[in-house]
Every structure is written in C-alpha cells, then in structure tokens.
Design a protein around this ligand. Structure first.
Ligand code: ADP
Length: 364
C-alpha cells in the first residue's frame, strides 16, 4: 500500500487544527502545531512535503516561520493561510518564504483539498527532477572518467601493439618473433579484459532487476569451477547455509561473486603458506549474507573506501592486470538489487568483502 503523504499545519487556533486534522487524516498523514517552535521541532525529525501555516500567529508570522524551513526542507511546498493578504505580505512571501500558494481564510474545504493535491504533485515532480539531476551528474562524471580511461587503458595497449609490430617487421630472428607475439598476446588480453568489464558495466546499468530462484550452493560451485583454473594451487572453500527459498537476480549475483573471487585470486600474497579464498553464504527468509575472504595482500585503511570508485587501483596492485572497474560494478550491482557491501582488510593479512542482499521472495 502507498504511504500517505505527510502534511504539517501550523495555526494558533486549536479549533482550526482539529477540524483540519479530522477532514484530511483519511488522505494524508497530518501533523499539527500551535506555534512555529513546535512546528520546527516536528520538522527537525520528519521530512514533510507540504507545510501550511497561518500568517497571523503570536511571536512570529507565517512567512517568517516558512522562511526558516527553506534551508532544511528545500523541496517542501509552502502554503500560507491568511484572512487578508496585503501587497507587502505577498512580496515578502514570494521573496523570502518561497511560498507557492495562498489560501483565503475561512477556506472552502474542496478548494483547499484540490490545492493540496496539486501541491503534492508539484512536490513529487520536484523530487523527481532532483533525483534525475543526481543521476545525470553521476552519468556525466562516469562518462568523463570513461573518456579518460579509454584514452589510457584502451589506447596504450594498442600503441604497444603498434610498436611491437614495427619491431617485428624489422626482425629476421625466429626467437624474437615468438617473443613479439607473446607481447602482443599480453596487450590483446589487456584490451579484452577492459572490454569485458565495460560490457558488465553496461549490462548492469541498463538491465532491469531480475527475480529468479537461487540455489547458493550451486551458484558458488559454478563461480569456483570457472575461476579455480586461474590458480590450481589455491584452496577454494565454499560454505552455503541456505535455510529457505531465496529469490534474487542470478546474473547480477554471478557478476558480484565473479569479481570478488577473481580479485581474491589476483591479489594473493605469494608469501602466505596456504593461499585461500573462502566463500561463505548464509541466507534465510529475509536476506542473504555473502562473504568472500582471502589471505592476500590486503588493502590499507586509507584506500578501503576508494576501491569502490570507478577506475581506482591501489599502487601495490599495478603489477597485476586490471582496470579498476570490477568493484565499481560490484557496488552498483549490489545497490541495484537493494543490498549493501562492506570491506574489512589488513595489509599482508587478508581481506573480507561482505555483501548483504534482500530475499525477493514476495513479488514487489
Ligand atoms: P582491478 O582489480 O581491475 O584493479 P577492482 O575494481 O576489482 O579493479 O579493484 C580495485 C582495487 O581494489 C584493486 O586494484 C586492488 O588494489 C584492490 N583490491 C580489490 N580486491 C582486493 C583483494 N581481494 N585484495 C587486495 N586488494 C584488492
């Protein structure tokens, strides 16, 4: 069921508050206050889309009170109720109070009702515009980073290939030729990795969230089966404790696990006696907690937040192939399915990534 929209009405006449509340409480979540101070107290703890105030109150005017609500509640729609509006007050309301509507006292209930409905629509579109702006700013930021990265991560292996081809053209030595081919192969796999990551990124940002039945044990096994050939000497431990049916987005879960497990393999500590990656999944009716731990090179505290940013790589990981896109995709995917991700890590001891996702058992 849709939540009721919250309205706050401030008036020093209690009778008005009582009749307002009884008329509107069926349609809205109504808050009332006898003075500006009580109203500000309510606004301190609650986000209220529609704020209505009487103009004449002891101590402060409605316009003054509404002016004080602008900073903390910029999206809220402000309405003033007044018996007489003179021109000075109208100017003040527009200039200082960002007031959208005037309502004449005594009011006509139907008109008031219609005005509030319109204001709710206006509030919703304000919030939508703000959200769209935020998304646009993020998309713009990502685009800038992509352009930068394409010029570097895509161009530099291509330039290397071109350089090697020039060398190979000059060479008449078979051993050298083989070495050149190997170097080209390395550059091509760098390009391929970058493109693969881009496709994952694109799939995640475009695709709607899916809802399928998940078997965590199978999912974990599949991920390990594909990745364990990358280091057969490493210990792969899987523990899945699934207590009930679980529904979620299996493609995104695979992307998340693939990235976390392949990082655990990639950033291992060569000095560790027994290198391991441990995948632990516990799920119930409400959620699943998935952790991927390793005893690899770890991540210093200062970088633990940055690793989820697009194209971020720590200095000590630069000798491994990578693009800095993986964990960004992981975080975006986790958020897209309504979950959260955190990391605990100690340099040269190991890292533990923990993902918590909701069970989408009920159809939304
Ligand atoms: P990439 O691996 O392509 O560099 P990611 O976005 O997957 O990109 O990871 C970002 C950075 O986070 C890596 O460059 C590495 O420095 C660090 N990192 C990620 N996972 C681990 C891990 N398991 N152990 C140590 N460092 C890690």
């Amino acid at each position: 069921m849709n939540e009721k929209v919250r309205i706050l009405y401030v008036d020093d006449e209690n009778n008005n508050l009582v009749s307002f509340r009884s008329y509107f409480r069926k349609f809205y979540e109504v808050y009332t206050a006898l003075n500006a101070k009580d109203a500000l107290d309510i606004l301190n703890t609650t986000e209220i889309p529609i704020i209505i105030s009487d103009q004449r109150m002891p101590g402060t005017t409605g316009v003054e009170f509404l002016e004080q609500t602008i900073k903390e509640h910029p999206e809220s729609i402000r309405i003033i109720i007044t018996a007489q509006a003179d021109i000075e007050m109208v100017i003040d309301s527009i200039n200082r109070g960002q007031i959208t509507k005037f309502i004449q006292k005594p009011w006509d209930w139907e008109k008031l009702s219609l005005t509030i409905e319109n204001c709710v629509l206006q509030y919703n579109s304000k919030v939508e515009i703000k959200q769209t702006n935020r998304e646009l700013a993020k998309a713009n930021d990502e685009l800038n980073k992509f352009v930068y990265s394409i010029s570097h991560d895509l161009r530099s292996p291509l330039m290397s290939i071109l350089g090697i081809v020039h060398l190979a053209k000059e060479s008449d030595n078979k051993v050298d030729d083989r070495r050149y081919l190997e170097m080209i192969e390395e550059c091509v796999s760098k390009l391929d990795l970058f493109i693969k990551n881009m496709i994952d990124y694109y799939k995640n940002s475009r695709g709607e969230e899916q809802r399928e039945s998940i078997n965590f044990n199978e999912l974990g096994k599949n991920v390990f089966d594909v990745l364990k050939n990358q280091d057969p000497g490493m210990l792969f431990e899987l523990e899945a404790n699934q207590q009930s049916d679980f529904y979620g987005d299996s493609v995104r879960l695979q992307v998340i696990l693939n990235n976390l497990v392949s990082n655990a393999i990639k950033y291992q500590n060569p000095q560790a006696k027994m290198r391991f990656v441990r995948l632990n999944i516990t799920s119930d009716n409400n959620s699943a907690i998935i952790s991927v731990s390793d005893n690899g090179i770890g991540i210093s505290k200062e970088h633990q937040e940055n690793i989820f940013k697009l194209f971020f790589r720590t200095d000590n990981s630069k000798d491994k192939e990578g693009t800095g896109i993986g964990l960004y995709i992981v975080k975006e995917s986790v958020e897209k399915i309504g979950g959260s991700i955190s990391v605990e890590s100690t340099p040269m001891v190991g890292s533990k990534f923990e993902v918590i996702i909701p069970n989408k058992k009920e159809n939304p």
